[in-house]
Ligand binder design. Structure first.
Ligand code: FE2
Length: 279
C-alpha cells in the first residue's frame, strides 16, 4: 500500500514581525550564527505567516494529502492566544477528511523557548493536546515526540523518562503489528550531519540523542522528519533518514518557505520539498 502525506514545519506565527526592524549589527550577529535575517522596516502582526500557511493548506487540499503534520513551532510566542487563534483559523481550512497532527516545538512548549517547565508543558497540553503520541496510517506506524522535553528535561522531572517508556512501548507495538514503515516526527532534528556530532542549538544534545537513536535503530525506524532549522537538511544514521524541513514561515537559510510531500511505500520512502515561491 502506498500513500503520501504533507509535512510542514515552523509556521511560527509572529516570527517575521519579531525579526523585522533589526539593525545592521543585529543582522550581522544572526549571520555569524549562519542565520539569514532580512533588513526591513519594523511591523507588527503575522501577515507573512498567514499568507504562507494558507498556501500550505491550499496545496494540501489540492494534493488530497492523506494527512498533514506540522513539526513544531506553530507559533512564535508560546503565550500568545492571537498567534494560536490565527494558526487554528487557517488549520480549520484543511478539508474535513484530511487529519492534521502537530508536534511540540520549543516555541510552543517552553515559556522561555528553551526549557520546558511543568506549567509550560501543562499549558501546551491544554491548548494543543498530547505532546507525544502515535497513530497508524495504512500499514505504517507514526510516532510523535516532544524533543524540548527530551533535550531539556531538567525542570520537568519524570517527563523525559515517561516519554522514553512510551517510545519503547510504541516501537514494540509497531514491531508486533509488523508495520511496513516506522516514521518519527520531532521538532528538533536528532542531529544535523552525523549522529556523533557535537552539541549545537539546532539539534538534540548528544547526551539525550544517543539513547533515542539507539532505540530507533534497534527497531528499524525508517525516517525522522523534523523542523527547527528553518532550512532543509538531509542526513542519515545507519540507513535511517534524518530530514529537517524548511519553514512554512520565516526562512533562515537559502531555502524559501515551503512544504514537503512524503511518499510512503511498503519498501521505501521518498520525499520532495516544494517552495511557495512568493518571497
Ligand atoms: Fe522555529
Amino acid at each position: 500500500m502506498s500513500f503520501s502525506f504533507i509535512q510542514l514545519a515552523d509556521t511560527q506565527f509572529g516570527m517575521s514581525a519579531g525579526l523585522s526592524g533589526k539593525s545592521d549589527d543585529e543582522i550581522a550577529a544572526f549571520a555569524a550564527r549562519g542565520l539569514k535575517v532580512n533588513k526591513e522596516p519594523k511591523f507588527e502582526g503575522f501577515a507573512p505567516e498567514t499568507q504562507a500557511f494558507e498556501e500550505a493548506i491550499k496545496q494540501a487540499n489540492e494534493r488530497k494529502s492523506e494527512f498533514v503534520v506540522v513539526c513544531g513551532d506553530m507559533i512564535n510566542n508560546p503565550e500568545s492566544s492571537d498567534e494560536r487563534d490565527e494558526f487554528m483559523r487557517i488549520a480549520s481550512q484543511l478539508n474535513d477528511d484530511i487529519p492534521m497532527y502537530w508536534i511540540a516545538g520549543n516555541h510552543d512548549v517552553a515559556a522561555d523557548t528553551v526549557t520546558p517547565t511543568p506549567a509550560s508543558v501543562a499549558a501546551y497540553r491544554q491548548h494543543w493536546g498530547d505532546d507525544y503520541y502515535s497513530f497508524q496510517h495504512g500499514d505504517a506506524s507514526f510516532i510523535a515526540l516532544n524533543t524540548s522535553v527530551m533535550d531539556h528535561p531538567e525542570h520537568v522531572i519524570g517527563e523525559s523518562e515517561s516519554q522514553m517508556s512510551f517510545l519503547k512501548a510504541e516501537l514494540e507495538a509497531a514491531k508486533k503489528r509488523d508495520a511496513s514503515q516506522i516514521i518519527v516526527f520531532t521538532h528538533y532534528p536528532l542531529f544535523l550531519e552525523s549522529s556523533h556530532e557535537e552539541d549545537t542549538y539546532f539539534s538534540v544534545r548528544r547526551e539525550h540523542r544517543m539513547p533515542v537513536l539507539g532505540l530507533l535503530q534497534e527497531y528499524g525506524v525508517s525516517a525522522v522528519f523534523a523542523g527547527h532549522w528553518h532550512r532543509n537538511n538531509y542526513a542519515q544514521h545507519d540507513g535511517m533518514l534524518m530530514v529537517a524541513t524548511g519553514a512554512v514561515g520565516y526562512p533562515l537559510g537559502d531555502d524559501d518557505s515551503g512544504y514537503r510531500v512524503v511518499d510512503v511505500n511498503d519498501d521505501q520512502i521518498s520525499h520532495n520539498y516544494y517552495e511557495f515561491g512568493f518571497r
